[in-house]
Design a protein around this ligand. Structure first.
Ligand SMILES: [Zn+2]
Ligand SMILES: [Zn+2]
Length: 305
């Protein structure tokens, strides 16, 4: 698959490297610890403060359960090569639920999450998730993997989604980045997931380039700027932010598909964390929904959006 060129009108800051890496695999031992700190910082004085603190505690569990957790099994080498040849992601979502490492991840997350201070309905959801039989659990796992969480099971899915994020980030971390191929701007090349958001990064060697972050495995992939990651149109792209809010958090709106994905200017504020800041900028989603735009990103913790 050929990579599209950046549109001519895209400003290229001085010092920007023209060829950023295609993909950056997640570091699960760093990812959730940082996310937890960011959520905690965002919670201060925030309207969603208690929810952000709850998610900070979940992220802390996601970090802590990894100690001595059995390594997840990558798909067989031949399967991964086959995926590579056919332009498919190597991590097969249909296979996740059969992995004993996922069961261990779910069990540990449920056990650790029981110590979190949470509202009664969340605690009831945790109890249900913990008590689910194998078939019920598989159904929730598959719903989260399909980005198709039923409204009545939103709360039940949060804990399962948290465990799946850990499991898939650990799987993705074991992949060889050089074997991943572009599938589409809005599709994770490691697991086929939807992006949670995108960010203009300040990384050495990629400063000023835009990367999408996978909502499931947290792999980051390059997506050129001023181009809709949902329909790949380069026409009718605009940016919107909340009045009075930081201009490092915007939505990239596409008039072709009437969809949007957030774009964080991480190169100007390295504290921005796609997942945490996506939840904390819910006000922008509410505004854009009122204006008739469709959220194209997925976040299992941004209930109802
Ligand atoms: Zn992914
Ligand atoms: Zn579009």
């Amino acid at each position: 698959m050929s990579k599209a060129k950046a549109p001519r009108h895209e400003p290229i800051p001085i010092g920007e490297i023209a060829a950023p890496p295609f993909v950056r695999l997640p570091d699960p031992l760093d990812l959730f610890a940082k996310r937890s700190l960011r959520l905690r910082a965002l919670a201060e004085g925030h309207q969603l403060g208690p929810y952000l603190l709850f998610l900070a505690a979940i992220s802390e569990c996601q970090h802590r359960i990894q100690r001595d957790l059995p390594a997840p099994d990558l798909p067989a080498y031949e399967m991964r090569m086959q995926a590579h040849q056919h332009g498919m992601p190597p991590l097969d979502r249909a296979r996740f639920s059969a992995d004993p490492a996922l069961d261990a991840t779910l069990e540990r997350l449920f056990a650790l999450a029981a110590d979190i201070d949470m509202p009664d309905d969340a605690r009831a959801a945790l109890r249900r998730a913990r008590g689910a039989d194998a078939a019920e659990r598989e159904a929730i796992v598959n719903a989260v993997l399909a980005d198709a969480i039923p409204v009545e099971a939103l709360a039940d899915c949060v804990f399962v989604a948290a465990a799946l994020q850990v499991h898939s980030a650990r799987l993705a971390a074991r992949l060889d980045a050089a074997t991943l191929v572009p599938i589409g701007d809005g599709v994770c090349p490691a697991c086929g997931g939807a992006p949670v958001a995108s960010a203009i990064v300040g990384w050495k060697g990629a400063h000023g380039a835009r990367f999408c972050t996978c909502s499931l495995c947290a792999t980051q992939w390059h997506a050129v700027r001023i181009k809709c990651v949902l329909c790949e149109s380069t026409k009718g792209i605009a940016y919107q932010q909340l009045d009075g809010a930081s201009d490092t958090i915007k939505a990239e709106i596409c008039e072709s598909c009437r969809g949007y994905v957030k774009i964080f200017h991480q190169h100007r504020n390295p504290q921005l964390e796609p997942f945490a800041d996506d939840v904390a900028s819910l006000g922008l989603d509410i505004l854009l929904r009122q204006e008739g735009y469709r959220r194209g990103a997925f976040n299992p913790f941004l209930l109802g959006y």
